[in-house]
Ligand binder design. Structure first.
Ligand code: HEM
Length: 506
């Protein structure tokens, strides 16, 4: 696609379609976790499997297939180690590689990788994930066909099935509402400037490697000496035209299997609400930050560049205290919708005063890092059995987290990002698992928190709801509602890079 920047083009036909589409019409999906059993046969399948690209078609295809590889997967395919080391350190290390990463991601206590059902040590990190999407009643046959075709090269470690919950996640809230809009046309100036308004448009390089990111830079990725690609199969790097760009048109894919205790969630809010249906719903909505049907809790109608969905035309600028949407609500933590400058920095003088540091109060209020460097493209799908509210209210307790045979109901959380650390790990650790956020302390995300005491032993199991002209209402004793039971970091290559990887000489 050509764009406003002359010679630069965006190779939509080389980009896996998952970066551009959520496949909302393809209601069925499954994620196949595969291990390489025979490298030659595995490479052969990867060299010819049909992967959907990002070119927009007149109508949605009936099926779609995407492929992403883990670091152990690259090694199992025989990709040379110097190429492997060109990927980002966190991808090479893996999601569950060390205690420090696990602690930062909140993967301690019941979330400890030791209890995971998959992905919990280098020998059981799946080599490849194949993501299959299909229109209704087409998945089963499609999945069988793909498994048969790749059987010579791969063994199936686990098939992550999904359930169409009609646009809702398992607690019953509408999901898939707020997503960044990728600047495919590269119209937005990719320079590190101070943004004074929240925008939903994200530089292409935030999600697709090989293009400028929000800093105006090219995210680290493996660049190869051109002689390693004599046939010119790989695109050349935009920033280093003599190098073959193995990252270009690819992205990182983060997959986490999150088991949701739906009964535990609704029974807890019901208890706090003393069985009052309206109070119960109000509390649950305050924890999420939206109504169950997905409406914002605060007035909408702001002009947000790149945003068309009226449910997203808001920021938290007029609600600094969190009276409409609590500061700790899940959606406010995961996307504080702020700018590079503290709130209120509108006119030039105000901007100059604040930027020069004269307005200490305003700066003190701006504890939250600027959103535009921490956006995620979410592509998760629900799994398990959808429960109604009345079923959830009487559901028996879930089996313990140590029961590895029980996957229960939940979310296969998937997000795409060019920089796992700056995007996924930052949001997960600083904003969701972190017990200090904005003006809050001693509490983490009301949905995802692991409720483990903080390093000095203080509890983290509360949720604050600001009250006008009074002290916050503090709901305490939140149990853990969501448990991590698997996860991994994968590289979703551009299609030419996938073919290159299937041929590269060990
Ligand atoms: C089972 C676990 C989870 C549940 C039930 C859940 C639920 C929700 C719901 C109901 C919404 C509002 C609908 C929407 O805007 O699409 C939402 C938004 C969001 N969630 Fe989650 N979520 C979960 C896990 C996560 C994780 C692990 C992350 C990141 C590491 C995350 C990041 C986000 C983001 C970025 C938004 C959009 C916020 C915005 O732009 O306003 N979520 N989530």
């Amino acid at each position: 696609m050509s764009n406003g920047q002359g010679a630069f083009t965006v190779d939509l036909d080389d980009i896996q379609g998952l970066l551009a589409f959520g496949y909302g019409k393809l209601k069925e999906a499954s994620f196949l976790l595969l291990d390489v059993r025979d490298a030659t046969a595995a490479r052969e399948w990867l060299s010819r499997c049909t992967v959907n690209n990002a070119v927009k078609l007149d109508s949605a295809p009936p099926t779609a297939l995407h492929v992403a590889l883990s670091c152990p997967g690259l090694r199992a395919l025989g990709v040379p180690e110097d190429i492997v080391q060109g990927f980002s350190p966190e991808f090479v290390a893996g999601m569950s590689s060390d205690e420090s990463r696990a602690r930062r991601l909140g993967d301690v206590g019941n979330n400890d990788p030791a209890y995971w059902h998959w992905g919990n040590a280098s020998e059981v990190v799946p080599h490849v994930v194949v993501l299959l999407y299909a229109v209704k009643d087409r998945l089963a046959a499609w999945q069988d066909k793909v498994l048969t075709e790749c059987a010579a090269g791969f063994t199936l470690v686990k098939c992550l099935t999904t359930t169409d919950m009609d646009g809702h996640e398992a607690f019953g809230f509408r999901d898939g509402i707020s997503e960044p809009r990728i600047d495919w046309d590269r119209e937005r100036a990719a320079v590190d400037q101070e943004l004074r308004e929240y925008t939903n448009i994200a530089c292409l390089g935030e999600f697709v490697l090989g293009y400028p990111n929000e800093y105006g830079e090219y995210t680290e990725r493996p660049l190869l000496d051109a002689q390693r690609d004599p046939g010119g199969q790989l695109p050349r790097a935009e920033d280093e035209p003599d190098m073959a760009d193995l990252g270009r048109n690819g992205s990182y894919l983060v997959l986490r299997q999150l088991r949701q205790d739906v009964g535990g969630f609704w029974q807890f809010v019901d208890r706090v609400a003393d069985g009052d249906a309206a109070a119960r719903e109000h509390l649950a909505e305050a924890m999420v930050g939206r109504t169950t049907e997905g409406d914002a809790l605060i007035p909408t109608g702001e002009r947000i560049p790149g945003e068309q969905d009226p449910r997203n035309t808001f920021t938290y600028r007029g609600d600094e205290e969190g009276l409409h949407c609590p500061i700790g609500a899940h959606i406010r933590r995961s996307n504080p919708r702020n700018t590079d400058l503290p709130p209120g920095a509108n006119g030039f003088f105000s901007w100059a005063i604040r930027t020069l540091g004269f307005d200490a109060d305003a700066l003190a209020n701006d504890h939250v890092s600027s959103t535009r460097f921490h956006r995620l493209m979410r592509r998760g799908r629900e799994y398990g059995t959808r429960q109604t509210l009345s079923q959830a209210l009487v559901a028996p307790p879930e089996p313990a987290h140590t029961d590895r045979t029980y996957d229960g109901t939940g979310l296969h959380f998937i997000c795409l990002a060019a920089n796992i650390t700056r995007q996924f790990e930052f949001v997960q650790s600083a904003w969701l698992a972190g017990v200090r956020f904005d003006s809050l302390h001693g509490e983490s995300d009301p949905l995802l928190g692991n409720r483990q005491p903080d390093p000095i032993g203080a509890p983290t199991d509360s949720f604050s709801i600001p009250v006008a002209n009074g002290c916050d209402r503090r709901v305490t004793g939140l149990p853990q509602f969501i448990t991590v039971i698997g996860g991994g970091y994968f590289f979703m290559p551009g299609i030419r890079a996938l073919r290159f990887l299937s041929k590269v000489k060990p």
